[in-house]
Design a protein around this ligand. Structure first.
Ligand SMILES: C[S@@+](CC[C@H](N)C(=O)[O-])C[C@H]1O[C@@H](n2cnc3c(N)ncnc32)[C@H](O)[C@@H]1O
Length: 307
């Protein structure tokens, strides 16, 4: 850190689109607000409803646009601009920085090794920035090269993102459960990786997905199926619409059975509130992560990856 930079004893929380009220409820009164970015003093806190967290924010005074770009480049290569004030000037700084990949990503791929920073302008001559951020994507945004023909729903993007974040994925010879599978986006994604998929839903899945190699469909209430009825699975996936405690209880059965190795589950919130208590219970399961993915709506993703 150069002497023109001042490290803040704070973290900046960039709200997930549409979920500022949830984020405000997770944090104490911010020290400052810049658009959807809340700067809160003190050590980084657990906050789920974010698209990105700026972990080590600093401010820096600069003269010209090229001075600002030089200053940022001196720290690292990748910087995403979050436009708040002086947005045009911020864009010009961004244009003077090494370009970020702009094309939608073709799945599968790995999380890039190089860190992704973020910056905004507090005024014409002051940057607020962080080289270390929670999301590897610019401002938390991840766009996939989409398949508009194969999958029967766009929910598959959520599973793709979860698997990229997991840093592991099922492939040939792996067995997966996909609960709440209808119309079949997740099953399509898992079968597309070559895995065997037991798709469970009370409603039928798309015929073309049901006919994919390795897919078997079970028309049933998922919660009345016991782990022993299915046997060992490498990946337990659930996108069931249900109250979070019902999912927690069913997941607990699987955890206790020892029959599932890796988990990707959507914790779906009902109405306008969110179930903090159950989210905290999921987060407390050793080795797990709870994330708001770019492709999540009013829901969080619980990941437990042991591969
Ligand atoms: C959001 S959709 C899943 C979308 C799916 N992941 C995809 O990629 O196409 C939620 C599904 O949960 C199913 N569901 C809700 N309660 C269920 C239960 N108790 N057992 C099985 N499926 C259930 C619904 O029928 C619905 O198809």
């Amino acid at each position: 850190m150069s002497d023109t930079m001042t490290r803040l004893d704070a973290a900046c929380y960039h709200a997930a689109p549409g979920f500022m009220a949830h984020l405000e409820g997770e944090l104490p009164e911010p020290y400052r607000r810049d658009g959807d970015l809340l700067t809160v003093l003190g050590e980084e806190r657990t906050a789920y409803w974010t698209r990105n967290v700026w972990k080590e924010p600093f401010t820096a005074e600069f003269g010209s646009i090229s001075d600002a770009a030089r200053l940022l480049k001196g720290v690292q290569r990748n910087w995403a601009h979050y436009p708040t004030r002086n947005a045009r000037r911020g864009e010009l700084i961004a244009a003077a920085l090494p370009p970020l990949p702009s094309k939608p990503k073709a799945f599968p791929f790995s999380v890039p090794g190089a860190p992704m920073g973020a910056f905004t302008l507090l005024d014409e001559h002051t940057l607020l920035a962080s080289a270390a951020c929670s999301s590897p994507w610019p401002n938390g945004r991840l766009d996939f090269a989409e398949d508009r023909e194969g999958p029967p729903s766009r929910a598959y993007r959520k599973l793709w993102e979860a698997l990229v974040m997991a840093g592991a994925m099922p492939g040939p010879g792996r067995r997966c459960v996909d609960a709440g599978a209808c119309p079949g986006g997740w099953t399509w994604a898992l079968a597309g990786l070559g895995a065997e998929v037991i798709a469970i839903d009370r409603a039928p899945i798309d015929d073309r997905v049901a006919a994919m190699p390795g897919v078997s469909f079970v028309k049933h209430n998922a919660f009345t199926i016991k782990p022993e009825d299915i046997g060992p699975v490498d990946w337990f996936c659930s996108d069931v619409i249900c109250y979070p405690p019902a999912l927690y209880d069913w997941v607990s059965l699987w955890l206790d059975s020892g029959l599932a190795r890796n988990f990707v589950c959507t914790i779906k919130m009902q109405g306008t509130e969110w179930d903090r208590q159950t989210v905290a219970r999921f987060a407390a399961i050793p080795g797990s992560r709870v994330l708001h993915l770019w492709h999540n709506k009013h829901e969080l993703t619980w990941l437990l990856v042991r591969d």
